[in-house]
Design a protein around this ligand. Structure first.
Ligand code: GTP
Length: 730
């Protein structure tokens, strides 16, 4: 810690800043040993990075750099592409860690949850803040596993740019497509980093082609690799025509050599680079009129004379407009190509002011994130990312504004702008952040506390976890009274279970994992019901007639209609109760107690005895709808998953044979380098526990990605087997 003496030596105002940074130093140092403090702990105060002598203002600039020098970026990719390894290198080269963390050793900064370190995967997005060449970079490392898609989406909303990381031997993989689409939805400018260039089978050309073909993006090749796979040793900067070589004897890749390409020493590479640069200039000129004018007017005779900065500025504009994506390459594991990637983040990705968000928060307590460490800060300027605590009614997906009036002003502006339908770059879209799409849970299981007295603790833990992760759903089984967890996948539920134990100190018991089926009806049916009950001296009497019919909405929210004979006056007093009754009936279908999908309910008649409570109206409507659903021909719907398995050629046959037994429907088998990629559909019920099976079948060499495609009707044989199993007949 900084000594008292030193704190006394600065002015009162500075004490608070210094004090804040001191706490930061202390906390960071105490628990994240490899992290260098924001303000070093050494005796020489004038040597603090970012501080010039004892300049008080510079402390402020450490916390609040100018907005043009801020980059809020995310890292996104398919599972195992190397996000965490790349982040570790970034933190090391930017000077914020003292040694290189390794996912395989379980000591990375951003994978700080115990489960992440144990499993070597990223689950929660970790935020880290560091400086690079005078820029403040707030970086979020997002999970690649499909169970945690929501986590990725909620980060994307606050980002101004993203680095998409690819495994250069695999190119675009299933989850990359998902996150790419999410980034499209939130209009996030991107740069691509082709990682693992050192890996056997790495191919720059193949990966670039897959970006072009699968992501339908226009790659701008800003670098060319020098060597590939085992021979990979550096990159050529196409913009500046320089070669960047990493010393093979260096342990950490910190030092590398940057030299202009010369005709004498590298004639071939120079020729190749000049061609790539000319192609790049033409490509950018096609996408950016301002740059096209410059090239035509001043440099059409000789592209070599075009200064690198002019080209960089144009690439920045094109990246911001998202008409193309810069592509770089390297190997995070072998410490090559990370420093130029950081340069590219500062040069090509936008600052927050270029992204035009208009809200800023005003919250009493602000914290700067540093993975699992938080540093309290007094204030923050526009465009930074920070944490706040104690928000009781805010959940993931909400947009917070500083006052009611600014919310109203934004809504009015959104409305006005909404009217100008054909205007491009709709202001409304920029003002209001898009909401997050919460995926439907496909698995559920019961969860029980160790004793009844711990039930309130379990409820509290689940409430907190749900606010953090809306893709986790919790409900009460009305028949058994048990708490039911609904999640995105086996791993998701397992992690929640683990977190309840570690973070809330509760040892809970999970029931068997079950697939979340749905039900539907196949024909229209009518039903009537009467509820007649006297409570105390009050008679509650309701008679209802409803029709249930199938629709094609693909939704579990029923369509509700009213026959003309139902009077408006009656609806005015009872509509809410009627609809709540219909909704609750459709949540529990007659076959399996699963939600009923694709159904419309029409209320044909309703008579209510005066004095009947709304609860009784609701109960009668619900019972009547259930009666109708029961009478109809019914069908179970099961989740059908998109499956992509990447497997070495030698193991293709056993994988296909196994999938055939799992009711798998193979659509396509692609060749990706030495691997085969099997693409198809498979019912979720048949793919449970697949990771273990696949590992055994392929000696651990295959990977797979699963994503919900749709709910499909089960054939009658499978349906009967399922129903018999559920009713304990088999
Ligand atoms: N050969 C090679 N392997 C790499 C490289 N970068 C990462 N890896 C390895 O790839 C595996 C996955 O790396 P991670 O950094 O955990 O990947 P991730 O994308 O963060 O994974 P998730 O967090 O699970 O999505 C680890 O075994 C790394 O050692 C690289 O540049 N070359």
């Amino acid at each position: 810690m900084l000594s008292n003496l030193r704190i006394c030596a600065v002015s009162h105002q500075t004490i608070s800043s210094v004090h804040i940074n001191n706490i930061c130093c202390y906390k960071v140092r105490a628990s994240l040993k490899r992290l260098k403090p924001h303000v070093p702990l050494g005796r020489n105060y004038s040597s603090l990075p970012g501080l010039i002598g004892n300049d008080i203002k510079s402390l402020h600039s450490i916390i609040n750099p100018p907005i043009a020098k801020i980059r809020n970026i995310g890292i996104m990719a398919h599972i195992d592409a190397g996000k965490t390894t790349t982040t570790e290198r970034i933190l090391y080269y930017s000077g914020y860690t003292r040694s290189l963390g390794d996912v395989d050793d379980g000591d990375t900064v951003t994978d700080f949850m115990a489960q992440e370190r144990e499993r070597g995967i990223t689950i929660q997005s970790a935020a880290v803040t560091f400086d690079w060449k005078g820029y403040r970079v707030n970086l979020i490392d997002t999970p690649g596993h499909v169970d945690f898609t929501l986590e990725v989406e909620r980060c994307l909303r606050v980002l101004d740019g993203a680095v998409a990381i690819f495994d250069a031997s695999a190119g675009v993989e299933a989850q990359t497509l998902t996150v790419w689409r999410q980034a499209d939805k939130h209009n996030i400018p991107r740069i691509c980093f082709l990682n693992k260039m050192d890996k056997t089978g790495a191919s720059f050309k193949y990966a670039v082609e897959s970006i072009r073909e699968k992501l339908k993006a226009k790659p701008l090749l800003l670098q060319l690799p020098i060597g590939e796979a085992k021979t990979f040793k550096g990159v050529v900067d196409v913009v500046t025509k320089e070669k960047l070589l990493w010393n093979s004897n260096s342990n950490d890749g910190k030092d590398f050599e940057r030299k202009p390409l010369l005709e004498m020493s590298d004639p071939e590479l120079l020729k190749e680079t000049t061609e790539a640069r000319n192609a790049l200039i033409e490509q950018v000129a096609d996408l950016d009129d301002e740059f096209a004018d410059l090239v035509i007017e001043e440099f059409s005779e000789n592209f070599d004379l075009l200064p690198a900065e002019k080209l960089q500025t144009a690439i920045h504009r094109v990246t911001l407009a998202q008409t193309a994506v810069p592509v770089l390459c390297g190997s995070a594991l072998k410490n090559k190509g990370i420093q130029p990637l950081l340069d590219a983040v500062t040069v090509y990705l936008p600052s927050p002011e270029e992204r035009n968000y208009e809200f800023l928060e005003r919250i009493s307590r602000l914290l700067l994130p540093f993975a699992d460490q938080h540093v309290e800060i007094p204030s923050l300027t526009a465009g930074n990312i920070a944490l706040t605590v104690g928000l009781k009614h805010t959940a993931t997906g909400d947009t917070i504004v500083s006052s009611k009036s600014s919310a109203l002003a934004a809504a009015r502006r959104a409305e006005r702008e909404g009217e100008k339908k054909h205007r491009q770059n709709n202001e409304a879209e920029r003002v209001l952040l898009a909401g997050v799409e919460i995926p439907e849970p496909v698995f559920f299981c019961t969860i029980e506390p160790p004793s009844v007295s711990k039930q309130p603790d379990l409820e509290h833990a689940l409430k907190c976890l749900q606010r953090e992760d809306p893709s986790l759903k919790v409900r009460l089984d009305p028949d058994s009274g048990q708490t039911v967890l609904c999640g995105m996948g086996e791993l998701h539920i397992e992690i929640i279970h683990d977190r309840i134990k570690r973070e809330y100190g509760l040892e809970t018991y999970l029931g068997p994992l079950q697939v979340a089926y749905r039900e539907t009806i196949l024909n229209s049916v009518r039903a009537t019901d009467t509820l007649d009950r006297t409570l105390g001296d009050k008679r509650h009497l309701v008679t209802v007639e409803v029709e249930a019919r199938p629709t094609e909405t693909s939704s579990v929210t029923p369509v509700i209609e009213y026959a003309e004979s139902i009077s408006e006056g009656l609806l005015k007093v009872s509509k809410e109760a009627i609809e709540s009754g219909i909704h609750s009936a459709c949540l529990q279908g007659p076959l399996l107690g699963s939600p009923v999908q694709d159904v419309a309910i029409t209320l044909y008649s309703l008579t209510i005895h005066p004095g009947t409570s709304t609860t009784m109206i609701s109960a009668c409507v619900s019972r009547c709808v259930q009666k109708a659903l029961k009478k109809a021909d019914k069908q179970v719907l099961e989740p059908l998953m998109n499956l992509e398995v990447t497997v070495a050629r030698d193991y293709l046959s056993p994988v296909l044979a196994d999938l055939a037994q799992r009711r798998g429907n193979i659509q396509e088998i692609q060749t990706r380098q030495d691997n085969k990629v099997v693409i198809g559909f498979v019912p979720l019920a048949d793919i449970m526990g697949y990771s273990t099976v696949l590992r055994t079948l392929t000696s651990g060499s295959a990977t797979f990605a699963l994503e919900l495609s749709t709910y499909q009707a089960m054939n009658s044989q499978d349906q009967n087997t399922l129903l018999n199993r559920r009713s304990g007949l088999t």
